[in-house]
Design a binder for this molecule. Structure first.
Ligand code: V0D
Length: 254
């Protein structure tokens, strides 16, 4: 009988602490959504089943980000390297935006979410581009959470592209070399107008940045979890937010 009371008390205190700890929310969270294939393999399912589950999990994460007051959520959905995967897998992945938007665009609009993209958009299949462009247009005036999807994105490509743009302008004398500073270079990246991520999350145990936002994460906190992307949920997200706050607190104390 007396064993029950401490159990309930402990839970209550824990919940109270959760709320107290979350006072410094990162404005911009970026996520490498890794582990979809592994998730499927573990369940004896084909890789594409993992991608589909991963797609559904995007909404859960958007809801959690909204709930805790994150302003920008940047998700690594497709990298420039992902074209090397089997053709059938790439084709399946390219249909996900349309599927996602068919189910969730009304909810995104309802919740005032603005959908944006970074990456080399033009080389995506036209059916993918059309679905995404429609969502971007439909949500362009929303001023809630920015859901920023990295589609056909690679950071080295992004920096090279910026450099070429700058050099062309220098060549045509519309830009002077001495005027190029960090801020100027930033403005030539896909992420022009976005704050740098405060927190980068990678799921599925790999501790690498894999060509994602290399310039932009110069000062970001990095958070890694073994949880596979389809299993990443609000409680995992809160764990990341708590760790982020702990780190910030430590820096602030010095
Ligand atoms: C595949 C895990 C949602 C990562 C998530 C084309 C692997 C599921 C979108 C999406 C992908 C894209 C645009 C948009 C709305 C949703 C998505 C891709 C891959 C690459 F406006 N999930 N998702 N896009 N996966």
């Amino acid at each position: 009988m007396s064993m029950k009371l401490p159990f309930f008390r402990k839970k209550k205190i824990h919940k109270k602490n959760d709320k107290e700890i979350l006072t410094n929310i990162p404005e911009h969270v970026a996520i490498i959504m890794d582990g979809n294939g592994r998730w499927a393999k573990g369940k004896g399912l084909p890789r594409i089943a993992g991608h589909k589950e991963g797609m559904n999990n995007v909404t859960k994460t958007v809801r959690a980000a909204n709930k805790y007051g994150v302003k920008t959520l940047t998700l690594y959905a497709f990298s420039t390297e992902n074209w090397k995967r089997p053709r059938s897998e790439v084709e399946f992945i390219m249909k996900l935006p349309k599927q996602f938007l068919h189910v969730y665009l009304p909810e995104m609009i309802e919740n005032n979410v603005q959908i944006r993209t970074i990456g080399e958009f033009e080389s995506l299949p036209s059916h993918t581009k059309e679905a995404v462009q429609y969502a971007v247009d439909q949500t362009k005036d929303n001023d809630g959470l920015i859901l920023n999807l990295a589609l056909n994105y690679g950071s080295r490509h992004e920096i090279l592209r910026a450099m070429k743009k700058i050099m062309k302008e220098v060549e045509s004398s519309s830009l002077s070399i001495d005027d190029i500073d960090e801020e100027q270079l930033s403005s030539y990246l896909y992420t022009n107008g976005f704050n740098d991520p405060d927190l980068l999350i990678r799921t599925s145990g790999e501790k690498r940045v894999s060509n994602f936002l290399l310039w932009q994460i110069a000062y970001s906190e990095l958070w890694f979890t073994d949880v596979l992307w389809p299993d990443f949920d609000e409680s995992t997200f809160v764990q990341a937010l708590k760790d982020y706050e702990q780190r910030k607190r430590r820096y602030g104390g010095i």
